[in-house]
Every structure is written in structure tokens, then in C-alpha cells.
Design a protein around this ligand. Structure first.
Ligand code: ADP
Ligand code: MG
Length: 477
């Protein structure tokens, strides 16, 4: 039997506001347990929630970035359920009328193709607290700091057909929300969480199969593995004559499996009703337009511009636009004296390698785009070779002021004086008569030996092109 996989994702993006969605309490991560939940977050009697305008701005920003409809009037509803991390007994969310309606995103796949994924809706809601299972013997603690933290729940259409497509989509949204600066994307801290709805059906069927929803996936790698596991499990169930039960399943990364958590609840189990404490949320055109004006150039538009206007190869354009800070940095290194491709090469090669090695993100890199630009200019005008540039970059990383200052202080200026290079070559050839003879006898490989010797004599400063040229003439001519 041939199966088709169907996946839809629900992504909870924590909005990067300073205070909670309906109160002034701080949203900062990592505080002492239960020091950042105020009476409103706890829903104590007599309190009234007040809408955080910044959360609304961020939701609208997301709608604009995904070409989604904007719910000009949206309504907050109480979703009622009992759980220890939700002492007030209900979560304020949006149900019938969300702030963001239908939209879509075009997702670049790893095989180079693109796929359109529909967005069903995105709604504002508050987060619940957290149960802490690993700090007390035989007891579970409850930390309510997270209660009331603003979330944007982004719901996709069931458009994905493989775990790879689902991961590409999740990465796309992850990159987008950071790009437009509405979420820090930190998956370890839970700022960006994906629930995957997975079903399978016979190829050719038009109706969807019964789905399960996998929770607790906190990395893209786990998302892929959890979906893969779930696909195999469902195929086994169906092929052995069973039926898939609609339920919520938990992914266990240690065992690399999903297991049943609870049977799936239906919307009507929650007894949603409009929150009587919050009036309908109305956003007008002026407000929407003022937010449109703050929208940065979006990653896919920027990527296309990098390819078409700056002449970058596609993979460089992709690598440089995934993160806004990286793209901004790249553009700030550009100068009329060299091709953008040169800066792109250097960034995706040298800079990224160094960042990996030091395990830092761009914001922690101690070298500015301006300093890099100064170095690229000196590479272009021949003052330093690519090899010496590495040394210059090390010095900049260690705190040097500018490429020019390093070149001056360390005497790194490339030797492009052909007379000086010739003298060094002559000395090397005179010191190695045996190798010269072997080379002339046909041992071509010795060329690199001579180049190395002269380079060493010049302390790496000989202009490599000139060196090769003159050396070849001397040996062959
Ligand atoms: P709920 O809110 O109860 O989880 P929704 O109907 O809002 O349910 O769907 C949630 C997510 O599940 C959406 O992303 C949707 O695309 C996806 N989904 C719905 N049905 C299926 C299915 N049969 N197979 C895979 N994904 C599905
Ligand atoms: Mg759900």
C-alpha cells in the first residue's frame, strides 16, 4: 500500500514584549520562580486585564509579513480547563475571531524547490505557568512566572507532505518572526514551540486521515524525528488492521519515540466564551499602516535582491538573509571598490567559520562591519593577500582598531615589488640546487615547495600571483 503523509503545524511564538499580555509584570526569562506573576496573571478576584498594545502591533506585523487577512475586530475568549499550572481555571485566547486570518508563506525546500504553505490563522493568547518535575523529591512544583506571557499561535493548513517539508516550514516561520523582531526564537527557553499534527492516508484519497498531535518538540531535529517516528507508527497500525486514535502524543527525545499523553479534546470541551473583561479588539487602517511602515525588507525579497542586484550565488544569498542581523552586517561591509560577492565569500567562509569555532552569534562578534569593510578594501587593492587577511582579522577580533592600523603596526603590507620578490626567489633557488635539478628533471610537484619557501622568506607577504609568475619564469624559462 502506498501512503501519503499529511502534516499541519501549530507554532507558539512568544512575543518579545517587555511585559505580559494583560498586565505590567515582566516577561524576562530565568527569574526566581513565582516572582513575576502578578494578581492579573493569576486571575485573582477583582482584577481586570488590560491589553498590551505592543502585542497587538506584533500580531499585525506578522499578518503584514505573511500577506494574511487582518481581523479588524477580534475577540478574546476564555478557554476553560483545569491544570495545576493554570490556577485561574481558564486561558485567555482567541477562538471565533482571531486577529490574523488566512495567509500564506513560500518556503524554500532543501532540494532547491519552493512550496507554498497556507496559514489558517494566528491568534493572540496568554501562556500558562510551568510544572516543575525535577526539583523536588516526589513532588511537582508550579512556577507561574510564565503565566500571562503573550503568545502568537500560528496555525498552518495541513499542507506539508513530509517531515522535511514540515521542518522547512517551521524554520521559515522561525526565521521570519525573528526577522520582523516579534520573537527571539529561543527554542531552549521555549520562546518558539511547535506542535505537529500528523496523519496518513492512502495515496489518491481526498479525505484526511485521523491525526495525532505531537507536543513537546523543542528543536528542529527532534521535530523531524518525532514526525518520522509517528509516520512509521501510524503505518504499522493501519497495515496491521488497526485504526489510528485521535490523541495528543508526547515526544520523548531520549527514547526517540512518541507516546500517548491524552485523548484529543474537542473545542467544545473547553466551553469557550467571550471574555467579559476584555472588549473586542479593534484595529483601524491608520494603526495598520503605521505598522506597515516599520516592516523591514522581508527575507525572501532581500534574497531575490541579493541575487539579482548584487550578483550573489543563490546559496550565499540564502545564507546571508536567514538572519536579519547577518544581512544587515553584510550590506554594511559593502564598498564600491569591490564586488559584493567578495564580501559574501568572506562572510560565509571566514566569518561563519570563526563564529562556529567560538560558538558565538553575530551580535557577539567583536568586529564591526566597518572594520571588515576596511579589511576587504585592503584585500581588493592588493595591500594584503587573503592569507594575511586572516591574520588581520585575528587582530581585529582581539581588539585592534582597524585593518590599516594592524597592517601598519605589524608591517603586513603585501610585497608587490617584483624586484624584491625576484631577489627572494633567487635566494631560495640558490639554497636548494638539488630540488631545482629535480624539478627541471620533471618533478613538477616541487613547484609548491618553492612557493612555500619564498612565502616563508617573505613572512607570507609576497603577492601570491606575482610570486607564482616570476618563479615559473625562472624555473621554466
Ligand atoms: P485543534 O485546534 O483542535 O488542534 P485544528 O483543526 O485547529 O485543531 O487543527 C490544528 C492543526 O492540525 C492545523 O495545523 C491543521 O492543519 C492540522 N490538521 C488538521 N487535520 C489534520 C489531519 N487530518 N492531518 C494532519 N494535520 C491536520
Ligand atoms: Mg491543537
Amino acid at each position: 500500500m502506498s501512503w501519503e503523509v499529511v502534516i499541519g503545524l501549530e507554532i507558539h511564538a512568544q512575543l518579545a514584549t517587555k511585559s505580559k499580555i494583560f498586565s505590567g509584570a515582566s516577561t524576562a526569562f530565568g527569574a526566581e520562580p513565582n516572582t513575576q506573576a502578578c494578581a492579573v496573571d493569576l486571575g485573582l478576584p477583582g482584577v481586570l486585564p488590560v491589553m498590551n498594545a505592543q502585542a497587538v502591533e506584533m500580531a499585525v506585523k506578522f499578518a503584514l509579513a505573511t500577506d494574511a487577512q487582518i481581523g479588524r475586530t477580534s475577540v478574546f475568549a476564555r478557554k476553560n480547563y483545569f491544570y495545576p499550572d493554570l490556577p485561574k481555571g481558564y486561558q485567555i485566547s482567541q477562538m471565533a475571531l482571531p486577529i490574523v486570518g488566512e495567509g500564506s508563506v513560500t518556503v524554500a525546500q532543501t532540494d532547491g524547490t519552493e512550496k507554498e504553505v497556507g496559514l489558517t490563522r494566528a491568534h493572540l493568547e496568554e501562556d500558562a505557568g510551568k510544572s516543575v518535575h525535577d526539583q523536588f523529591n516526589d513532588a511537582t512544583g508550579v512556577d507561574l512566572n510564565r503565566a500571562g506571557t503573550p503568545l502568537l499561535e500560528i496555525v498552518s493548513e495541513p499542507d506539508m507532505r513530509s517531515s522535511a517539508e514540515a521542518v522547512a516550514y517551521a524554520r521559515h516561520i522561525h526565521s521570519l518572526v525573528r526577522y520582523i523582531d516579534i520573537c527571539d526564537g529561543n527554542m531552549q527557553e521555549g520562546s518558539f514551540r511547535c506542535d505537529a499534527n500528523v496523519s496518513i492516508r492512502e495515496k489518491g484519497d481526498t479525505e484526511l486521515g485521523t491525526r495525532t498531535e505531537i507536543k513537546n518538540v523543542n528543536s528542529f531535529r527532534f521535530l523531524e524525528r518525532a514526525i518520522e517516528f509517528e509516520i512509521e507508527r501510524q503505518i504499522d497500525v493501519l497495515e496491521s488492521g488497526g485504526t489510528v486514535v485521535q490523541e495528543t502524543r508526547l515526544y520523548d527525545a531520549d527514547k526517540d519515540e512518541t507516546r500517548s499523553m491524552r485523548s484529543k479534546e474537542e473545542a467544545n470541551d473547553y466551553r469557550y466564551f467571550p471574555d467579559p473583561d476584555l472588549p473586542p479588539l479593534v484595529v483601524d487602517v491608520t494603526f495598520i499602516e503605521s505598522i506597515r511602515a516599520t516592516l523591514p525588507e522581508l527575507p525572501h525579497v532581500r534574497k531575490a535582491r541579493f541575487i539579482e542586484d548584487l550578483g550573489l550565488p543563490t546559496d550565499d544569498a540564502v545564507a546571508l538573509t536567514a538572519d536579519k542581523r547577518v544581512a544587515d552586517f553584510f550590506e554594511a561591509t559593502l564598498d564600491d571598490s569591490f564586488k559584493p560577492r567578495k564580501a559574501a565569500n568572506w562572510m560565509t567562509g571566514e566569518l561563519f567559520a570563526r563564529m562556529n569555532k567560538e560558538e558565538v552569534s553575530l551580535s557577539e562578534v567583536p568586529v564591526s562591519a566597518e572594520q571588515v569593510k576596511g579589511m576587504l578594501i585592503r584585500m581588493e587593492d592588493g595591500t594584503i593577500s587573503a592569507k594575511i587577511a586572516k591574520q588581520v582579522f585575528d587582530e581585529l577580533w582581539a581588539g585592534a582598531e582597524s585593518a590599516d592600523a594592524v597592517i601598519e603596526a605589524k608591517g603586513l603590507k603585501q610585497i608587490s615589488d617584483s624586484g624584491a620578490i625576484e631577489t627572494m626567489i633567487d635566494e631560495v633557488l640558490a639554497a636548494n640546487p638539488g630540488q631545482v635539478e629535480e624539478y627541471r628533471g620533471g618533478k613538477d610537484k616541487l613547484m609548491s615547495f618553492f612557493v612555500g619557501q619564498v612565502m616563508r622568506a617573505s613572512k607570507g607577504k609576497a603577492n601570491p600571483a606575482q610570486l607564482n609568475d616570476i618563479l615559473k619564469k625562472k624555473l621554466d624559462g
